[in-house]
Design a protein around this ligand. Structure first.
Ligand code: URA
Length: 275
């Protein structure tokens, strides 16, 4: 049998990155292989006392992973609702979200990804959650799917000076995993308040999670896309149109034709007088 050479650190890191492991949850690595190699301790074999100097430094796991920081989801949801409701402006909302500690995602993300674009825009796009590039830059939709979103909105004469872009979840889920229903419910009051403060004439939900969360529907994107909904801010009703998420279009380009129909419907709606 020909033995494979041991992978280099670079190869190992590339392997982990491809598997979606692209952020550290603790400051010190744990050598699980060394733990396996250690001789099992039996009742007859008194455990060796490890001298202080040999002991691994305690893991600096984020507080939420130690189970200290995150309040129960219902408390976090109530706190988020109350905080969001009282934010008088987008700046105030951003500031209180920076301070909000009720969502575990905040502790694994690099930073808050609040929004990009023009808060005075007549159109607002809402995606699901930031990915790796957004987490690094602190802006929504700057990675590959963001480039496609820019091209999509460019096709109807819009750009980030004439549109406003945000996500339902403002902190990147580790390894881009799907946010849990609790995380979504905790973050929901923030995006709802953001929509209320931007008060666009047209709201575009990008993909299933954003559509189902904001428009309170259980139907899938194949049924909802291209159909107008009413989004109620509590003060007024905003026309809302679901369309495909650009990341989905990158994987399934044949649906770009339908996305184009949605974009034309959006352009037509914007031709109408501002409400
Ligand atoms: N996907 C999203 O839903 N939002 C982003 O900001 C980036 C990718």
């Amino acid at each position: 049998m020909i033995s494979e050479p041991a992978p280099t650190i670079r190869e190992l890191l590339a392997f982990y990155l491809e598997a979606g492991v692209d952020c550290a949850l603790a400051e010190e690595p744990v050598d699980r292989l060394a733990e396996l190699d250690a001789p099992p301790q039996t009742a007859l074999q008194p455990a060796r006392t490890i001298p202080q100097a040999e002991r691994a430094r305690p893991l600096a796991a984020p507080a939420v992973i130690r189970g200290e920081a995150a309040p129960a989801p219902d408390v976090a949801i109530a706190t988020a609702r109350e905080a969001a409701r009282t934010a008088p402006s987008l700046d105030a909302l951003r500031e209180l979200m920076e301070k909000f500690d009720g969502c575990a995602l905040k502790h694994t993300a690099t930073r808050l990804v609040f929004a990009d674009g023009n808060p005075q825009a007549r159109i607002m796009f809402v995606g699901e959650a930031p990915g790796r590039d957004e987490d690094i830059e602190g802006l929504p939709f700057v990675g590959r799917s963001g480039k496609l979103l820019d091209r999509m909105i460019g096709a109807i004469g819009l750009d980030r000076r004439t549109a406003y872009i945000a996500n339902v979840i403002p902190w990147r889920p580790p390894g881009n995993r799907t946010p849990t229903p609790q995380e979504t419910q905790i973050c929901l009051p923030f995006i709802q308040r953001q929509i209320e403060l931007v008060d666009p004439d047209v709201l575009v939900t990008l993909g299933n999670p954003s559509t189902q969360t904001l428009l309170a529907t259980r139907e899938g994107i194949m049924r909802t896309r291209g159909r107008w909904f009413d989004y109620d801010t509590g003060k007024r009703s905003i026309r809302a149109l679901p369309t495909f998420h650009p990341a989905y279009l990158l994987r399934s380009p044949s649906y770009k034709r339908l996305a184009w129909q949605d974009l034309r419907a959006i352009a037509k709606a914007l031709e109408q007088k501002p409400s």
